[in-house]
Write a protein that binds this ligand. Structure first.
Ligand SMILES: Cc1cc2nc3c(=O)[nH]c(=O)nc-3n(C[C@H](O)[C@H](O)[C@H](O)COP(=O)(O)O)c2cc1C
Length: 369
């Protein structure tokens, strides 16, 4: 069966990825905080949202374009920042950057990317957004901001929902850590997944490319608990471009961020990877949109698995939607062709969903309450 036929849904790429990836890597990507309840409840909440079909509206010409910060983007969904993407497939970071360039969509480049932030923005042809994890080492964090400015990034994402890395039992049980430490169980895991292991061996294990050479190192588990509103103020002052804060779930926080000069907010539960008992972020999105009014740039990620989910997030108040795990699984499933296929499916699903709803434009999606 061709890859085109095999890949029809998120679950298809997830299952193909499960066969290709070592258990340790699959659990790193697929895993969530605690028992995975927060992640599951959000997905069930999204699934339970109902859309209203309308008929006889002539929806022959449907326009999926939307604008972010006054600039038109090619598709209504983009790429979440994700660390160590090359674990899903050698060269994954660059595949995502090429996708971003080709489609003209934003691509979050993680502090913990496997390719340097300079190369990523070059490959994404200026569509990349740099995502900053503020570490306890303030000097190193501001040095990264300076590098992003020099590399001509127009948008900075400050991720604020990781004061401490969430407790993620699935990756911990597998002994996941960066760089890898290979004990007997990892050795067995790699041996049983030879396609991944040989590819990774041949291309070299993914590194934290923004921290190579003699610059400060990145510790994934370092505490960022010291970050506060004064830090936000300083970073806002240092960044002249669009300043976006990611990982916000509270109306009061969102209101204060807007007042502090933040240009856009990503409502997100980090894909359920931080707090198991978290409220479904899709509901927080509705509450925050209602509080901030229609004009404010409010973005959404977490639990998006299909084009219908994307339309639902717009209906809940998003001005743009980001997708995470789906892209990593698609690349594990079929490399760049798998990624292109998953994108094609999601885009088609968005378009079909609009047609069912009697809509010709993303901008006409009615609010869901
Ligand atoms: C493997 C993996 C790595 C991630 N790394 C980062 C990161 O470095 N920075 C960040 O802000 N968010 C990171 N996230 C969170 C995503 O940006 C996003 O919030 C989440 O994946 C969205 O949920 P979804 O995967 O259900 O689409 C990561 C998520 C995954 C799955």
């Amino acid at each position: 069966m061709s890859i085109g036929n095999r890949i029809q849904t998120f679950e298809d790429v997830r299952q193909l990825a499960r066969g290709y990836l070592p258990w340790m890597v699959f659990d790193y990507i697929d895993g969530a905080a605690g028992e995975g309840v927060g992640e599951r409840v959000n997905r069930e909440t999204i699934r339970a949202l109902r859309l209203q079909p309308r008929v006889l509206n002539n929806v022959e010409n449907r326009d999926l374009k939307v604008s972010i910060f006054g600039q038109e983007v090619g598709m209504p969904f983009g790429i979440c920042p994700m660390g160590m993407c090359n674990l899903s497939r050698p060269g994954a970071d660059v595949m995502l950057a090429r996708l971003s360039a080709k489609q003209g969509i934003p691509h979050g480049v993680s502090t913990a990317a496997s390719t340097s932030l300079e190369r990523m923005n070059e490959m994404a042809e200026g569509n990349a957004w740099f995502q900053l994890y503020f570490s306890g080492n303030q000097e190193a964090s501001f040095a990264l901001v300076e590098r992003a400015i020099a590399a001509d990034y127009k948008t900075l994402i400050l991720t604020v929902d990781v004061p401490e890395v969430g407790h993620r039992p699935r990756e911990l049980r597998r002994g996941f850590r960066a760089p890898f430490k290979i004990g007997p169980s990892q050795f067995l895991d790699f041996t049983l997944h030879p396609r991944w292991s040989l590819g990774t061996l041949f291309n070299g294990a993914p590194e934290l490319a923004n921290f190579s050479g003699d610059q400060a190192t990145f510790d994934r588990h370092a505490s960022r608990a010291g970050a506060d509103w004064s830090l936000l103020e300083r970073l806002r002052g240092a960044w002249k471009g669009n300043f976006v804060v990611k990982g916000v779930l509270d109306v009061e926080d969102a209101t204060r961020l807007r007042a502090a000069g933040v240009d856009g907010i990503i409502v997100s539960s980090h894909g359920g990877r931080q707090l198991d008992s978290v409220h479904p972020p899709i509901l927080a999105l509705r509450a925050i949109r209602d509080a901030l009014g229609n004009a404010y740039p409010l973005f959404y990620d977490s639990g998006i698995r299909s084009g219908e989910d994307i339309v639902k997030a717009y209906a809940m108040g998003a001005s743009y939607v980001f997708v995470g795990r789906a892209w990593l699984f698609a690349m594990a499933a079929g490399g760049e062709a798998g990624l292109a296929r998953m994108v094609e499916i999601m885009e088609k699903q968005v378009s079909i969903t609009l047609a069912q709803m009697g809509l010709s434009s993303m901008l006409d999606i009615p609010a869901l309450r």
